[in-house]
Design a protein around this ligand. Structure first.
Ligand code: ADP
Ligand code: MG
Length: 386
């Protein structure tokens, strides 16, 4: 049974639509991440589930029951905010106990629950401190502890790691993953703009559109496992959002369209792509996409020869050495007389070609993506990891 169900959910502030046509089911125990660019409505959607925002239209069900009209406290959800929202004059223990006290839970039971949560979150030695005497990471753990003690059926997180520095973000991310394992029955809905958090935490990612695409296609760009969004992006928007550095994008013309492959013309070079292209018209404009980490490089010097595939002649413009990897920025002459397109290629950290070196990029058919003129992906015609 789906624990949380949204049916044709809409949200508008006055005449302005913010959330459109959201249909979504989140299973019991599932970790669901809402991700998308700033302003796409992630927080609004989460706050609608929490009961902090009205639902303009559509239905929200939790545990099979319609909850549109229920106040937040009766929905069985607990929310953790980016800003922690702790009471400054209360100790850690009092902050964590507050919700239970308001509900009239017995003192011994409150103490037991606070002690258990403090243990899980490594706060046991800090229970008597005030929030001002805690680090950002510790404050966020108190906020999470306050949610845990209420034993919600659904945890709601709104960018809980955004105010933490990089090292603490990673540590707290791991703690949230562990929290999920320990509360196997609780569903988690987690908002972030960070695709690494989405990839690492989610069972299911819900990627939301922003701006014009919301009006054209509704709020949801794609729902699926992290690997599904990475390997089978449904649209150019998804393809470019997921993955870092971003997918390379080039315009091409369709020359052959078959069930197992398409052949496109890319600046006079024939490129074979492993997609089902039967629905497309020969001669139509298409967009070819390939990720920086899926490009082979043949060429000179310390650059290894690569697997076969279409060969794109490029010239090295700039190299960034990050230690474990090198990012090559290369110029590709996509049309005579026009400025070259800059492509990004990810290689091992030992690879460091000189600026100006000519290279040959190898594009294997199964690592290429193809999109039609509306930016919708052609189905890929090969088995991919899940
Ligand atoms: P996100 O969390 O994805 O960054 P939000 O859910 O906060 O986005 O906001 C989505 C959109 O709704 C934004 O364009 C924002 O300006 C608008 N919005 C949010 N709250 C209100 C409000 N109370 N009144 C009017 N517009 C709002
Ligand atoms: Mg937000």
């Amino acid at each position: 049974m789906a624990d949380i169900e949204l049916k044709a959910v809409q949200k508008a502030y006055g005449p302005v639509p913010v959330i459109r046509d959201v249909d979504l089911a989140i299973r019991e125990g599932e970790f669901c991440v809402f991700v998308g660019p700033s302003g796409c409505g992630k927080s609004t959607l989460l706050r609608m589930i929490a009961g902090l925002e009205d639902i303009t239209d559509g239905e929200l069900r939790v545990g099979g029951e319609r909850v549109n009209e229920l106040p937040p406290a009766q929905r069985g959800v607990a929310m953790v905010f980016q800003s922690y929202a702790l009471y400054p004059h209360m100790t850690v223990a009092e902050n964590m106990a507050f919700g239970l006290k308001v509900k009239g839970v017995d003192k011994p039971e409150i103490e037991r629950k606070v002690k258990d949560a403090a243990g899980i979150l490594q706060l046991s030695t800090l229970l008597d401190r005030l929030p001002k005497a805690l680090s950002g990471g510790q404050r966020q753990r108190v906020a999470i502890g306050r949610a845990i003690v209420t034993e919600p059926r659904v945890f709601l997180f709104d960018e809980p790691l955004s105010n933490l520095d990089a090292a603490l973000r990673v540590q707290t991310r791991l703690e949230i993953a562990r929290l999920h394992q320990e509360h196997a029955k609780a569903s988690m809905v987690y908002v972030t703009h960070d695709q690494v958090e989405a990839m690492t935490l989610a069972d299911k990612i819900v990627l939301l559109h922003a701006g014009k695409l919301v009006e054209e296609r509704g709020s949801i760009a794609q729902v699926g496992s992290p690997m599904a969004l990475y390997h089978r992006p449904a649209s150019l928007f998804v393809a470019e959002f997921m993955g870092s550095p971003k997918m390379n994008i080039l315009q091409a013309t369709l020359r052959q369209a078959e069930a197992e492959r398409a052949i496109v013309d890319l600046a006079g070079i024939e490129v074979s792509v492993a997609v089902d292209a039967r629905r497309a018209a020969i001669g139509s404009q298409v967009t070819l996409g390939f990720r920086p980490e899926h490009i082979g490089v043949g060429g000179v010097g310390n650059v290894r020869d690569a697997a076969p595939g279409a060969a794109l002649p490029v010239r090295v413009r700039h190299v960034e050495r990050l230690g474990d990897v090198s990012l090559l920025y290369v110029d590709f002459e996509s049309a005579p007389g026009r400025a070259p397109k800059v492509l990004t290629v990810r290689q091992e950290g030992s690879v460091r070609p000189q600026v100006g070196t000519p290279l040959s990029l190898r594009l294997a058919p199964e690592s290429l993506h193809l999109f039609d003129a509306d930016g919708l992906a052609f189905a890929r015609s090969i088995e991919l990891p899940t």
